[in-house]
Design a protein around this ligand. Structure first.
Ligand code: TUI
Length: 313
């Protein structure tokens, strides 16, 4: 147990939130994290509303603990999913890749806790004004769709700019990172990559192995030219994408390469030609653990990190 504004708000035991990753964060992973005392999150990604509803119902069969759903705002069925979350009585919603302002009224009326993921101070302030309960400040170290500012610079600036609690994300995979998040003023951490490499995560074993074997320099960002930068582990796909991007390929051509690429890596295990989304911290993730063991490791390392800091007068 550890008490922070976020554990109190979400009624969870540990200040650890699992990222709502598209294709990756389905109900098995989310249920395992929630059962272990963190906040598990189902990632709606680009999936249809009916899939999201089924996932919520399956998760509820595995745990009675609080959980969340991430609504990726570029999803073509975002409006329907926003409504499904209300109908299914979801306690916590996080959002990504946009502003959830138009859903805020309905969600607050349904007593849901709304936690937008933001990559700038301006959006964090706007989210606070429209009624968000907390924000996830996600630095550019994160995997998937990213902003420009590093976690180290973003978190304290957002902490100073808003009065709601801040959850740090991007580049956190162990207890030292969790301790650092607290030092920057965050009240919890959202962790993605390290949870991908857990026993309960359903991604293909090739995907987990690619994370476990990756090094610090293996991270790449594609799509800056389209305005949708995405961080993955380098492979044939990133090489080809970068080549096309440098040749000034059209948005449509680039889209063709990425369409279905995440599914290819997650489901088919084609980690050479698919999109292996992961954060810059992937190089630190060296062993596959259960969700419970990962959370216990994060908490004990965090405590020893903080108690190991001594300031001599
Ligand atoms: O959303 C994420 N990470 C994601 S979403 C995703 S699915 C996808 N796959 C391929 C291409 C694009 C998306 C994979 N990873 N993280 C949260 C996040 N949100 N990071 C950055 C942002 C963000 C960016 C711009 C939030 C808002 C924003 O602008 C909003 C506005 O209207 O000002």
């Amino acid at each position: 147990m550890m008490k922070t504004e976020i554990t109190e708000l979400l009624e969870i035991e540990y200040p650890i939130i699992q990222g709502g990753m598209a294709w990756v964060a389905e109900y098995h992973l989310a249920a395992a994290v929630s059962e272990a005392g963190g906040l598990g999150i189902i990632g709606a990604g680009g999936a249809p509303a009916s899939w999201v509803r089924d996932q919520i119902r399956e998760l509820k069969k595995l745990t009675n603990k609080p959980f969340g759903v991430n609504l990726m705002l570029m999803n073509p069925e975002a409006d329907q999913i926003a409504q499904v979350l209300v109908e299914e009585g979801v306690n916590v919603v996080t959002t990504g890749a946009g502003s959830p302002e138009k859903y805020m009224k309905a969600w607050k009326e349904a007593n849901m806790k709304v936690i937008p993921v933001v990559a700038s101070v301006a959006l964090a302030k706007r989210m606070e004004r429209c009624g968000a309960d907390a924000v996830v400040a996600e630095g550019t170290e994160a995997g998937g769709h990213i902003g420009e500012i590093t976690t180290m610079a973003l978190v304290p600036q957002i902490v100073d700019a808003v009065n709601i609690p801040v959850i740090a994300a991007g580049g956190i995979a162990d207890g030292r990172g969790l301790a650092a998040a607290f030092m920057l003023g965050a009240k919890a951490a959202q962790i993605g990559t390290a949870f991908v490499a857990t026993d309960e995560c359903i991604v293909h074993q090739n995907y987990k192995d690619r994370i476990l074997k990756s090094k610090d320099i293996d991270s790449r960002v594609t799509g800056r030219s389209t305005g949708h930068p995405v961080r993955t582990i380098r492979n044939n796909m990133t090489k080809e994408y970068t080549r096309l991007e440098n040749e000034g390929a059209s948005f449509e051509e680039l889209e063709k390469l990425t369409l279905g690429a995440l599914r290819k890596a997650v489901v088919d295990g084609d980690v050479d030609n698919g999109s292996v989304m992961a954060g810059q911290i992937a190089g630190l993730v060296k062993e596959q653990l259960s969700c419970k063991a990962l959370i216990e490791k994060l908490m004990s390392e965090m405590k020893s990190t903080i108690s190991g800091v001594s300031v001599n007068e």
